[in-house]
Write a protein that binds this ligand. Structure first.
Ligand code: PEP
Ligand code: MG
Length: 751
């Protein structure tokens, strides 16, 4: 970069800094800044547009356009050239603005006199905050050096906007400060329920407090030292992970490449020489990477940009001294806000800690969602942009029913929400009153309601929910919460405690179901094209039988004289079940030889999670002690719709007649062979779906504890034989779904 431009932009930034220091009110600062920029750039016009709300840009200051237009002229995102710069986060630089695509004439500003236009997005970490515009009468395209200088200024403006420098003390009805106004995020429902609390960011943001610098040499030295520490960090991580994990090594190698990338470092050095602080220079590169990440169609490129984003974060932490642990105390009513989270990381927070969860990404079928469901806390997923808007400690309302998160809600919303929470609490009280009553329908059929669990902390729910037993104990959660493989003695002690807590009620222990999205940090991850259909659950258990054997032995020893129920996950063929059962029999035989007490009785079953098992021969149905339908997986394979992919997972209704017919025929075969059958997928806990399953003949349903009340309450109000008839009629009549008929019928039932 030519030195002249470097010192020009440094001079401009120097003047900006002086202006920031002098003028105290936000509007006065903005007015000074636009004057300064117009003067330095030799343009007739300089304007700053900022977002009033996520869809509207407002002219907040101008030099050269009509002053009356300030705070009056507004544009929608994408509207006019300014709106396009903000939406697409691109620079528009043209000598002839009126003939540019999307130009919109704004008569109140008097801008018709100006032919050239250069609009620069004011953005921070890939989020558009506004637009900086210069215009001039003479028809000319701004030079690359001028555009660069404006980009540097826009970067500083972004930081100042983020810090609220333009909004404090206005009194002119302008914009409310960023991170202070109420914002509602419309995501998707991950788990029903309502909660109020305060934001706790899973990954706290790094705050850059000073974007300027007048001592480039010092900043260059700081950057250089920080990059050295970064390289050391990456090398140290590589040294410890080499033998363990090929994927992690690949990522770290990519990090090392970036940390040594001459062009990356040179760009940041240029920015520093132009007047930015080292932190602001890193953030400028990070912003660029984030913007490109949103636009890149190529997955490889996206991954690399993601790496830059990640490594920039590390560099910022080194420069600012703000670590992953910022020392901030978690509020006592935390609502977790994160881009995404795995089940292991979520479990680290511990049951009872979080009031709710809001994720920017996430999926309803993921195991993190299963954990949220087990904890009975509301979960909103796909709340786009929340991690950039929310600050630690911000008040937040989570509406899991509607998939909404109200950040910094105003008084009216907060009051309405309190009413909703009170209503839900009253419903809970009503359900608690049913705790000791059976789920007996008006026609006389009784359904046995069990609960799903996975942690010791879930067990108290057995009594409070009125569950008859644990229909699914997800043993992998114990493996996910640790940093290393648990020992047999630890597992034995834990299983024994679970049985103690169950006080003789049946607990169906499902053996380890890992793979797919359940990744153990201490096991080598597999690079599989489609992990949900890959090396997971019993497949892994049989290929590497050490862990399965240890687990079975721990279960047998924990039972010691008590009944034991074990089931194997994701069985696709009878042979797999036989091989797994043989392992169980071997475990029993070993214990017998050792003279240890055996379980008083043992039931060994399989989960039906693949359509293939539902079509297994009758001989197999007679062979198993029981079967339990894992509807979450079964449904994803029946409809070929990934349970973790939000685009497809809702396309297919579990009450479609094709799925109901498939389940009905399977239930009939189990009845004919006398095979005890249950259902333990999430659908068992949705009242309408639960009624349909019971109507098809499932007599045991296992669900999250919080669903037992609502499901029981509904079953007790209806005749299941009528529901059966409705479903049969829908199938016979060739309807696509039984839902409309069931919904209409349920609406007619007395409350
Ligand atoms: C299922 O697949 O329905 C099930 C209960 O197992 P998980 O959700 O743990 O895969
Ligand atoms: Mg499953």
């Amino acid at each position: 970069m030519p030195e002249r431009i470097e010192s020009e932009s440094r001079k401009l930034l120097g003047r900006l800094r002086a202006a920031m220091a002098e003028a105290s009110a936000g509007q006065a600062r903005l007015d000074r800044i636009v004057r300064l920029i117009a003067d330095s750039m030799g343009t007739e016009v300089c304007s700053i547009y900022l977002f009033r709300d996520p869809d509207t840009l407002e002219l907040c200051a101008t030099e050269g356009l009509r002053p009356e237009a300030v705070h009056q002229t507004r544009l929608r995102l994408g509207e006019g050239l300014v709106g396009r710069v903000a939406r697409d986060r691109i620079v528009i630089n043209t000598a002839d603005a009126p003939s540019e695509r999307g130009f919109r004439y704004m008569p109140e500003t008097g801008e018709e006199r100006f032919s050239s236009f250069c609009g620069i997005p004011i953005q921070r970490l890939g989020e558009a905050l506004g637009v900086l515009v210069v215009q001039s009468r003479a028809a000319r395209v701004f030079t690359p050096d001028e555009v660069y200088a404006l980009e540097i200024v826009a970067m500083v403006l972004a930081e100042m906007t983020e810090l609220g420098a333009f909004t404090a003390g206005d009194g002119n009805g302008a914009l409310s400060p960023r991170h202070q106004r109420p914002v509602t995020f419309r995501g998707l429902q991950g788990q029903e329920g309502a909660a109020m609390g305060r934001v706790w960011l899973h990954e706290p943001r790094v705050v850059v407090t000073n974007p300027f610098s007048d001592d480039p040499d010092r900043e260059l030295a700081r950057l250089c030292a920080a990059i050295d520490s970064l390289r050391e960090q990456v090398d140290a991580m590589l040294a410890t992970s080499v033998s363990v994990d090929a994927e992690e090594v690949a990522v770290l190698e990519a990090y090392r490449m970036i940390a040594n990338s001459k062009s990356w470092i040179r760009r940041m050095q240029d920015d520093i020489r132009s007047g930015l602080s080292a932190e602001a220079a890193v953030e400028k590169e990070q912003s660029l990477a984030r913007t490109r990440m949103g636009q890149a169609a190529d997955a490889y490129l996206r991954d690399r940009l993601h790496d830059i984003d990640d490594i920039s974060n590390r560099l910022l932490r080194i420069l600012t001294g703000q670590g992953g642990d910022t020392g901030a105390a978690m509020p006592d009513d935390p609502v977790l806000v994160a881009r995404n989270i795995g089940p292991g990381e979520l479990l680290d927070y511990g049951k009872g800690t979080l009031r709710g969860i809001v994720l920017e990404e996430g999926s309803v079928g993921s195991h993190a969602a299963v954990v949220a469901r087990a904890w009975a806390i509301p979960l909103v997923i796909r709340a786009e942009g929340i991690t950039t808007e929310a600050l630690n400690g911000d008040p937040i309302l989570v509406d899991g029913d509607q998939g909404l998160a109200h950040l910094r809600p105003d008084e009216t919303v907060r009051r309405a929400f309190e009413d909703k929470i009170a209503m839900l609490a009253r419903a809970q009280e009503r359900y608690a009153g049913l705790r000791h009553l059976p789920a007996k329908a008006l026609c006389g059929t009784t359904i046995s309601l069990h609960m799903n669990a996975g942690l010791m902390a879930d067990l108290p729910s057995l009594a409070s929910s009125g569950a008859e037993g644990v229909g699914l104990f997800r043993t992998e959660l114990q493996f996910l919460v640790r940093n290393q493989m648990p020992k047999r003695a630890e597992l034995q002690a834990l299983y024994a405690r679970v049985m103690d807590a169950a006080q003789g009620k049946r607990v169906a222990f499902r053996t380890l179901d890992i793979g797919s999205d359940k990744v153990l940090s201490y096991m080598k991850p597999q690079d599989e094209p489609n992990p949900a259909m890959g090396w997971r659950a019993i497949r892994l258990g049989l290929d590497k039988p050490g862990v399965l054997r240890m687990q079975l032995q721990a279960l047998v020893r924990a039972a010691a004289g008590r009944p034991l129920t074990v089931m194997f996950p994701f069985v696709a063929t009878p042979e797999e079940f036989r091989a797994a059962r043989a392992e169980f029999d071997k475990a029993l035989a070993r214990e017998r030889i050792l003279g240890h007490p055996l379980p008083s009785q043992a039931e060994v079953g399989a989960m039906v999670e693949t359509p293939s098992l539902a079509f297994a021969p009758d001989e197999f149905l007679r062979e198993v002690d029981f079967l339990s339908v894992g509807g979450n997986d079964l449904k994803q394979f029946f409809f070929a719709a990934d349970r973790e992919n939000e685009r497809v997972r809702r396309r297919y209704d579990p009450l479609s007649t094709s799925f109901l017919r498939f389940l009905r025929d399977f239930v009939r075969r189990c009845e004919a062979t006398g095979t005890p059958l249950g259902f333990c997928g999430e659908d068992a806990g949705r009242p309408v779906e639960a009624v349909a399953l019971a109507a098809l003949g499932f007599r045991t349903l296992s669900m999250r504890p919080a669903s037992i009340g609502p499901v029981k309450s509904l079953i007790r109000r209806i005749r299941l034989d009528e529901a059966t008839r409705l479903i049969e009629d829908a199938i016979a009549a060739g309807h696509d779904s039984a839902r409309p008929a069931l919904d209409a019928w349920l609406a007619r039932q007395p409350v």
